[in-house]
Design a protein around this ligand. Structure first.
Ligand code: AMP
Length: 181
């Protein structure tokens, strides 16, 4: 299956993506994780991305799309993928459509993780990542509302919405139910 997960920061996409990837036997592709891996290895891409990540801003589309294009060209992504944290802007969504069209493929579904802002701020403050200070969290939420939430409209024909408040197991069950799996 080819899936995209959309939801505000702290909605639990990463946790669910891992569980879904295991069950569906497809790679979990998280742009945040890819950026953090580059950052850890101090690659030029990582050094570039860090400025934006530390501020809760989005890494420029050209950089992000190039990285995803390369990742999706790897052999393990042929059988499908769970994209977590990408696309986050309209140009990224259009680029993804282009990448998939070139391969003669399309997305099966876009899973929306629905959760209120107040719930996610508390979750994120408990996570302890370096970009999880309250100011940066609030900025990431604003960026989500401004740049990413409009994608729900763009993908209206394939959105599967899931209530993302509950236990990890409950939410996984809801996702597979909603996907009819
Ligand atoms: P995440 O792990 O998904 O919360 O992403 C952490 C940070 O990485 C974000 O706040 C952005 O700075 C950057 N990032 C991750 N995915 C993207 C994306 N698709 N476009 C731009 N920046 C991204």
């Amino acid at each position: 299956m080819r899936l995209v997960l959309v939801g505000p920061p702290g909605a639990g996409k990463g946790t669910q993506a891992e569980r879904m990837a295991e069950r569906l036997d497809v790679p979990h592709i998280s742009t945040g994780d890819l950026f953090r891996a580059n950052l850890g290895q101090e690659t030029p891409l990582g050094v570039e991305a860090k400025k934006y990540m530390d501020a809760g801003e989005l890494v420029p589309d050209e950089v992000t799309v190039g990285m995803v294009r390369e990742r999706l060209a790897e052999p393990d992504a042929v059988k499908g993928f769970i994209l977590d944290g990408f696309p986050r802007t309209a140009p990224q969504a259009e680029a993804l459509t282009g990448i998939l069209t070139d391969q003669g493929r399309e997305l099966d579904a876009v899973v929306e993780f629905a959760v209120a802002d107040e719930v996610v701020v508390q979750r994120l403050l408990g996570r302890g990542r370096s970009d999880d200070t309250e100011d940066v969290i609030r900025r990431r939420q604003q960026v989500y509302r401004d740049d990413t939430a409009p994608l729900l409209e763009f993908y209206a024909d394939r959105i599967v919405s899931v209530d993302a408040v509950g236990s990890v197991e409950e939410i996984t069950a809801r996702v597979f139910d909603a996907l009819g799996r």
